[in-house]
Design a protein around this ligand. Structure first.
Ligand code: GPU
Length: 830
């Protein structure tokens, strides 16, 4: 029999024979074992998908070892932790990223080839985890990678949607949405924690009770749903640290439906239980258009409540005094979506921990920080008071109380300036009385961050001017970044090898500032030659994909010009398409002898439109209609092609970005908070054609205006241009719009309202006034491309200057200046 605990541990350790081994034979054995016992296929007969599953499970085993070590170590050291609350994560695939971060990619590739498989082929079997919409969601994923790599004691929290972002299917050029039931074939990366569950309450009433002579509010809920944790390991690169992304799923609770069973309606009671699962079933596909839907609010509270219960439980395991809470806990609100967390923390501290309002508020104000991704007021979340009051009656009371105290304080500071008071109030009066979630988040947070320099300045000057004047010290800037692990090492292995060769080290993968070392060789003919070869290989890969997806054959000598991102009017995919029509028109009207001077282009557009966003859907259709015309015109041939890449997602991006020569980031100035796609293209040596918006301004600072193609109105010029009563359409713009209106591309009536947005008298996004300068920038790009050495030098300088746009820099900044946390690295050399 086993004696003491340590003897027990000792024996278990011996039985397990230490950790899993990463030599080729061990990896092969592990994979085959998983084929046989996990996937339950015969090891003599399994296909690529089953091989992928077994492979993924063997990687997962190694991730689990590391996350156990990391969590135990965090527990022992008990550092201040950051809890990153985000409603969306766009993780994409995990396999390649995991084995690269674990440092065993080559070992696996070798083991698989011994088994007769190719690593890349199996990696392609994995589907994307698309639990998010666009930039904001991919940013969360990049930041998790950086938090793990930089050894920060961090947790990510989110929702485990069963249906991720819809799949985009194009039929006759129109977008159709299909459900993304991504868990259909299981998810090897996650671990369900059946014992980590929390009840989440909804509806009901609040009653006042008397507790030891003091009044106390008790919330009697009308519905209780259980949240169950699913843990996803996030391995760091070059460290043993592996942190956790904990996603919550809804599950029926046993607490509340006893009565239903007792009344004898057994079948109905069981059916009702299933409603619980609906909470986490589907991701809202609207990128920043906000609707006051009850299910959405339920999702937000569900994820917030479970996370806060989990965080408080962890705190209480090691501490009994809430005075220490701010020394141990930082809570990061990724936009307003999780900001109910503020009311929830107050509810727990006041109603359950009985700390008293002032003490609770003092604690809350020390732990929250808030990052805002929106630029314009229309996008901000407002929750109708009636909706909140019925779903979360106690939270509504708490928010009213927070607001009352805030407004009283404000009156003391600014006097009875009622306009300003009503602008700043957390409650918006009006036809639909509602809660301004951003105001709630600002009032409670110690720090409010913007996502680029210009965005942070805009927040202070416009959106939150009143708050900035009140609390200037709260407002900071954390320019976004992306992870070079995913966006170079995983997605562009040839470039990765080339960079390491010329820098003589792989250290840039953890220390990205080293990329500036490439500047010294930007004019070196040898590097330029190798650099061009890498681009060629990536263009070949992309060309094959384009042909497979759209049947269009493209020339590798052409400039690959890419605009991939969510479809939005402000991102101006329409400007791009109108520019393409202009280019087409020019080629058609050219003397045949002149055509040899045209720089051939392959224009690539990709992105999803929110299902209810009519104009965005028309832009997709126009792109297809124009492509149909151009691609079948023998006059044009290889001089111009237009392709729409369907179902753009993280894994498609990994293929597209390395193969791009030029990429477009052409939002109307003042509309893109940051933009992160541009950073991925920049890292991959793709030249940018861009407006001076969002993070582009900082990219220019880093690489110099000579190394990209800038155009268009600047932020401060936009309001004035909009005021012009009837904006003048430059002739060239009027002409291409006319072609669309006249039915040159068919679907005349259907495109009418789309044309109206440009020449209907408003041109809110300033396509007309920017058109001329857009064409000039395009001409400059053509000219530069015609000189391959010059172009390649600019390309090298783009990569060399991309270091500042690593999420490692962003996260270090957050850790030091906003969260007040320090690295906590598991001591090992593995
Ligand atoms: N962003 Br608001 C989203 O992706 N979704 C949103 O609902 C809102 C903002 C984006 C910004 O548009 C983009 O400029 C930024 O780079 C990104 O968030 C990350 O901060």
């Amino acid at each position: 029999s086993l004696g003491s605990d340590s003897a027990k541990a000792e024996r278990m350790f011996r039985l397990m024979d230490g950790f899993l081994k990463n030599d080729s034979i061990s990896l092969q054995q592990d994979i085959l074992r998983h084929v046989e016992y996990t996937v339950a296929r015969s090891r003599f007969n399994f296909d690529d998908f089953e091989a992928y599953q077994a492979l993924a499970h063997s990687v997962r085993d190694r991730l689990i070892e590391r996350s156990h070590d990391t969590q135990l170590y965090f527990k022992r050291k008990d550092p201040k932790r950051v809890y990153f609350l985000s409603f969306e994560y766009l993780m994409g695939r995990s396999l390649s990223n995991s084995v690269i971060n674990l440092g065993i990619r080559d070992q696996y590739a070798d083991a698989l080839s011994q088994l007769g498989f190719e690593f890349e082929v199996l990696a392609e079997q994995e589907g994307d985890a698309a639990l998010g919409n666009g930039g904001l969601a991919r940013l969360s994923a990049c930041q998790m990678d950086s938090m793990a790599t930089l050894d920060y004691p961090a947790w990510g929290y989110g929702l485990r949607y069963e249906y991720g972002l819809f799949r985009q299917v194009i039929l006759d050029g129109f977008q159709h949405e299909q459900p993304d039931f991504w868990l259909n074939f299981g998810n090897p990366w996650e671990t369900e924690r059946v014992h980590v569950t929390y009840p989440v309450k909804f509806y009901g009433v609040v009653e006042e009770e008397n507790l030891n002579g003091e009044k106390c509010n008790v919330w009697i809920p009308g519905e209780v749903v259980e949240a169950v944790a699913y843990d996803n390991p996030i391995p760091g690169y070059g460290t043993r640290n592996t942190i956790t992304l904990r996603l919550w799923a809804g599950k029926p609770s046993d607490q509340h439906d006893m009565e239903a069973y007792n009344t004898g309606d057994y079948i109905n009671a069981v059916v009702c239980r299933q409603k619980a699962e609906n909470i986490s079933s589907v991701l809202y596909p609207d990128d920043r258009s906000f609707q006051g839907k009850e299910l959405r609010l339920k999702q937000q509270y569900f994820f917030v409540s479970a996370s806060i219960q989990d965080i408080i439980r962890r705190f209480k395991e090691a501490h009994s005094n809430f005075d220490e809470f701010p020394e141990k806990v930082a809570l990061q609100l990724n936009d307003t979506h999780p900001s109910l967390a503020i009311a929830e923390v107050m509810r727990v501290l006041v109603d359950k921990e009985h700390l008293g309002w002032n003490k609770a508020w003092d604690i809350a104000c020390k732990i929250f920080s808030f990052t805002i991704h929106a630029v314009i007021a229309e996008g901000l979340e407002k929750i109708p008071v009636d909706l909140l009051g019925s779903l979360l009656p106690r939270h509504l009371q708490i928010i009213y109380e927070i607001n009352f105290k805030f407004v009283e304080e404000l009156k003391k500071r600014i006097g009875l300036d009622y306009n300003r008071l009503s602008r700043m109030s957390i409650i918006e009066e009006g036809a639909v009385k509602s809660i301004r979630m951003a105001n709630l988040a600002i009032v409670c947070s110690h720090t409010v961050n913007g996502v680029s320099k210009v965005h942070s300045e805009l927040l202070k000057a416009k959106l939150f001017k009143d708050f900035y004047e009140l609390w200037p010290q709260k407002f900071q800037c954390k320019t976004n970044g992306v992870t070079q692990r995913r966006w170079i090492v995983v997605s562009n292995p040839s470039l990765c090898a080339l960079i390491s060769k010329w820098l003589g080290t792989e250290a840039w993968i953890r220390d990205v500032d080293l990329l500036t070392g490439l500047r010294a060789y930007a004019a070196d003919p040898d590097l330029q030659q190798e650099w061009m070869m890498v681009k060629k290989v990536n263009k070949m890969r992309l060309a094959e994909y384009i042909e497979a997806m759209s049947g269009v054959k493209v020339s590798l000598d052409a400039m690959f010009d890419v605009q991939t991102k969510r479809i939005h009017e402000y991102k101006r995919q329409l400007l791009n398409i109108l520019g393409i029509i202009h280019r087409y028109d020019c080629i058609k009207n050219m003397e045949k002898s002149q055509r040899s001077k045209v720089v051939p282009r392959v224009c690539i557009i990709g992105g999803k439109a929110a299902p209810g966003y009519e104009i965005a859907k028309k832009i997709i259709k126009l792109c297809h209609a124009v492509a149909e015309k151009i691609n079948n015109d023998t006059d044009v041939g290889d001089l111009l092609k237009l392709v729409f890449i369907p179902d753009y997602n993280v894994s498609v991006a990994e293929l597209v970005i390395p193969g791009a020569d030029l990429s477009q980031h052409i939002s109307t100035a003042g509309h893109e908070a940051s933009g992160t796609g541009s950073m991925k293209f920049l890292m991959n040596g793709c030249l940018l054609l861009a407006t001076e918006d969002g993070s582009t301004v900082e990219i220019v600072e880093e690489i110099g205006a000579d190394n990209l193609f800038l155009f268009g109105a600047k932020i401060h010029e936009v309001p004035k241009l909009r005021e012009e009563v009837s904006p003048k359409m430059p002739l060239q713009c009027a002409r291409v719009i006319r072609m669309v209106r006249d039915g040159y591309f068919g679907f005349k009536d259907y495109f009418e309202s789309l044309c109206d947005t440009v020449d209907g008298g408003k041109d809110f996004y300033l396509l007309g006034s920017d058109f001329q300068s857009y064409l000039e920038a395009q001409a400059a790009a053509d000219k530069a491309f015609a000189d391959p050495n010059k172009w390649t030098q600019m390309s090298i300088l783009s990569t060399a200057g991309s270091g500042r746009f690593s999420s490692d820099r962003t996260i270090r900044d957050y850790a030091e200046k906003t969260w007040g946390i320090e690295p906590c690295r598991f001591p090992s050399d593995g």
